[in-house]
Design a protein around this ligand. Structure first.
Ligand SMILES: Nc1nc(=O)c2c([nH]1)NC[C@@H]1CN(c3ccc(C(=O)N[C@@H](CCC(=O)O)C(=O)O)cc3)C=[N+]21
Length: 295
């Protein structure tokens, strides 16, 4: 067997086409959506992700508002920048790029974001709505990577209802909210949420119809862990050594490429979950701008 590709680039492009039409409709009603970003410090990977998000916005007609602070910004500086984005009428949704520099309290910063402008879906109110399994009075944004994974599977016809999903990783942005999303009514997967202290991880993965690896350890998921025909989603992105004779660094996923001989589906790195994460951010911004128009 050779695994079929869960193509995040093509799927994200299809979602973008749908969003472009919704953005045009919003603009006609005088409610142009705008994405704000707050980047603190000069981590090159973070700067490159933020640039990518603004490029995506331009492609669908969403305005971009960029805020930056130096690496030595204080907690109060970050709080003031978040307050300015909360108050800016051009900004219908924004995110605080993570990770924040050492010394800044990330959780405290996320709590300062207006939940109605929380493009990442990481404010405790929105995570609470995810736990409750209901949409709030405003459209409640979903965390982008979990939402992107569900969309990627749905658009490739990979069923989740009745499926057993092994999620590896319990982080705030991927594993933990993904477990909540997959077990919602209407999605109806059965989830085993695995982490660094799970005994016999290989055995938990072997039981799964769908495997999601979100750890950041290259090659963690090996071919002999995977049930034949399973769908394997790779969320890990580790920057490896540069390609010999080129300035490009190799991006390494959490899934050993040898898995392709066993799996039914695999999402590649790059070109899988990453582009879906980015497009779900845009989807949140559009949905929040639409919600703001409703009486
Ligand atoms: N507040 C906040 N929200 C985030 O959503 C957030 C964040 N902070 N901090 C960092 C992580 C990481 N993340 C990625 C999104 C897209 C790709 C992506 O598109 N990757 C390309 C490769 C791009 C490359 O790294 O060269 C791909 O997989 O094809 C990667 C990583 C969002 N994150």
């Amino acid at each position: 067997m050779t695994a079929r590709v869960l193509d995040g680039v093509a799927t994200a492009a299809a979602v973008k086409d749908e969003l472009r039409a919704r953005v045009a409709a919003l603009r006609e009603r005088g409610a142009a959506p705008g994405l704000g970003t707050l980047l603190v410090g000069d981590d090159p990977a973070s700067a490159s992700y933020v640039r990518g998000k603004h490029r995506d916005c331009a492609e669908v007609g969403i305005a971009s508002i960029e805020a930056t602070l130096p690496a030595d910004a204080s907690q109060a500086d970050v709080a003031a920048a978040i307050a300015a984005l909360n108050a800016d009428p051009r900004v219908t949704g924004f995110l605080v790029q993570l990770p924040l520099p050492p010394g800044i309290d990330e959780r405290a910063c996320l709590e300062l974001v207006d939940p109605a402008k929380d493009a990442d879906g990481l404010h405790p109110t929105n995570l609470g709505r995810l736990v409750l399994g209901v949409d709030g009075p405003i459209a409640s944004p979903l965390p982008c990577t979990p939402a992107g994974i569900v969309e990627l599977l749905a658009r490739h016809g990979v069923p989740l209802e009745g499926a057993h999903v092994a999620v590896i990783g319990r982080g705030l942005t991927v594993g933990r909210p993904l477990g909540l999303l997959l077990t919602r009514r209407g999605i109806d997967a059965t989830v085993t949420l695995c982490h660094s202290r799970t005994p016999d991880l290989a055995a938990r993965v072997r039981e799964a119809d769908v495997v999601v690896a979100a750890v950041g350890r290259p090659g963690l998921v090996r071919a002999d862990w995977v049930r034949p025909g399973a769908a394997v989603l790779d969320v890990g992105i580790t920057r490896g050594p540069s390609v010999p004779g080129s300035s490009k660094v190799r991006l390494l996923g959490d899934v050993d490429p040898a898995v392709d001989a066993v799996a039914g589906w695999r999402s590649p790195v790059p070109g899988g979950v990453g582009p879906m994460t980015r497009v779900m951010l845009l989807a949140n911004v559009v949905a929040m701008a639409e919600a703001a128009l409703r009486p």
